[in-house]
Design a protein around this ligand. Structure first.
Ligand SMILES: Cc1cc2nc3c(=O)[nH]c(=O)nc-3n(C[C@H](O)[C@H](O)[C@H](O)COP(=O)(O)OP(=O)(O)OC[C@H]3O[C@@H](n4cnc5c(N)ncnc54)[C@H](O)[C@@H]3O)c2cc1C
Length: 297
């Protein structure tokens, strides 16, 4: 019988010991034992069928919310960026997991469909956006999401209604071991110019308030109920605080930036220090928004 990893090479790009620093916006992280980029949806499904069930899986979007340990990941990273179709039917839009949220937002604006404007300001792919219930400017994925298609480790696909995903602020409950293949949104009609104008306004606010010139992962912590993580971190005097090559941004206290030479462990230590300091000063336990793999946060 053909070994699974030989089989995968027929359905996409397979690499061994792939540095994850290449695939995360923080630019840190050790090697993934296996890294696979299926060439399309069918290839992703076929691959799931032949990968050993015990092998840990990490579905990967654009790595804009991931902190991977310096020791790397001993399983299989599945990069879904080749799943790039967008299909419109009336007010319903279906996008495959690897479509950049920015691209989807633009496409909807051109088509005169409103509701995904915020996606023009959030890095990452549709799959990652679903997994995180990404949001900004008072909009979030769950506002317009109708259903998703997932593939399970068995290789079977399933359509899931949004109601079974228990989505909340930056939270989605996906079935264990499943990967999102596509998502269907129901949007509102509006004038393309009006939609584009809202996108421009959001983008302006973004670049004025966020340190986008250095590697980062967006907001490190979720906002606690009724407050802002950035306010608490700033009030704790942590702006500009650094550990190794990682630093709390002067521009936005909920951003940790990689000054160039940061290791994953520097960022990890800085997150732990921030949590501890804010808890001691204000009695608030900050919950990380960034997904850490390897080191527990
Ligand atoms: C500059 C900057 C600004 C940001 N601003 C915002 C913001 O305003 N609002 C916001 O919500 N987020 C923000 N983020 C965080 C990030 O962009 C979002 O969380 C985004 O949804 C992550 O998408 P991704 O494709 O990069 O996912 P990844 O980082 O690749 O993955 C994130 C998680 O999703 C899982 N995942 C990815 N794809 C799939 C899939 N197909 N199926 C199942 N699971 C999957 C991964 O396994 C991982 O657990 C920002 C990040 C940066 C760098």
């Amino acid at each position: 019988m053909t070994p699974w990893h030989v089989q995968l090479k027929e359905w996409g790009a397979l690499r061994e010991n792939e540095p994850m620093s290449r695939h995360t916006t923080l630019g840190v992280g050790g090697a993934a034992r296996w890294y696979f980029r299926p060439e399309n949806r069918d290839a992703a499904m076929r691959a799931m069928k032949c990968v050993p069930v015990a092998l840990p899986l990490l579905p990967l979007g654009r790595g804009s919310n991931l902190l991977i340990s310096d020791d790397g990941f001993s399983g299989l990273v599945v990069d879904l960026s080749c799943l790039s179709g967008i299909f419109c039917e009336g007010k319903r839009v279906t996008a495959e997991a690897g479509v950049r949220m920015n691209k989807l937002s633009q496409r909807c604006a051109e088509t005169g469909l409103a509701g995904l404007e915020f996606m023009a300001t959030v890095p990452g792919d549709v799959g990652g956006g679903i997994a995180m219930n990404a949001g900004a400017f008072g909009q979030q994925v769950s506002d317009t999401l109708q259903s998703i298609e997932v593939v399970k480790t068995s290789g079977e696909s399933a359509m899931l209604d949004v109601n079974v995903l228990d989505m909340a602020y930056r939270r989605t409950r996906l079935p264990k071991g499943s990967m999102v293949l596509s998502a269907c949104f129901e949007l509102q009609s509006d004038e393309p110019d009006a939609i584009r104008k809202r996108i421009r306004t959001m983008r302006k606010k973004r670049s004025a308030t966020q340190p986008l010139e250095k590697p980062n992962c967006g907001s490190v912590f979720k906002n606690p109920p009724g407050d802002h993580a950035a306010r608490l971190i700033e009030a704790a005097g942590l702006k500009g605080y650094r550990i190794g090559g990682a630093c709390i941004s002067d521009k936005h206290a909920n951003f940790i930036i990689n000054e160039g030479q940061a290791k994953s462990s520097d960022i990890h230590k800085l997150i732990c220090h921030t949590r501890q300091t804010v808890a001691q000063r204000f009695g608030v336990r900050l919950e990380p928004e960034v997904r850490a793999l390897g080191d527990k946060l």
